[in-house]
Design a protein around this ligand. Structure first.
Ligand SMILES: [Zn+2]
Length: 85
């Protein structure tokens, strides 16, 4: 594998931090950022997968809404503090 010119650019190391604290020396999966031991094989669940949907508390839309609400709350609190002071 190492003497084959075709594989010259394929063997980029994974460099994930191992349990020993060193960097992983295993070659990456082609087109991925990590090796087969460090999550290079999968991008996680497919987008829009509803198989495990229960209440939507952690769905993208709800998280966005929650962020916006908290931001408004912070702004309102700051405004109120200014008015009182
Ligand atoms: Zn690795």
């Amino acid at each position: 594998m190492s003497n084959n010119p075709k594989h010259k650019n394929v063997e980029i190391k994974c460099f994930a931090r191992t349990r020993r604290g060193t960097l992983c020396q295993t070659p990456r999966i082609t087109g991925k950022k990590r090796c087969r031991m460090h999550g290079g094989t999968s991008d996680g669940a497919p987008k829009g997968n509803k198989n495990a949907f229960k209440h939507g508390r952690y769905s993208k839309v709800i998280i966005e809404n929650r962020k916006r609400t908290m931001q408004l709350k912070r702004e309102f609190k700051a405004l109120l503090a200014q008015l009182i002071a």
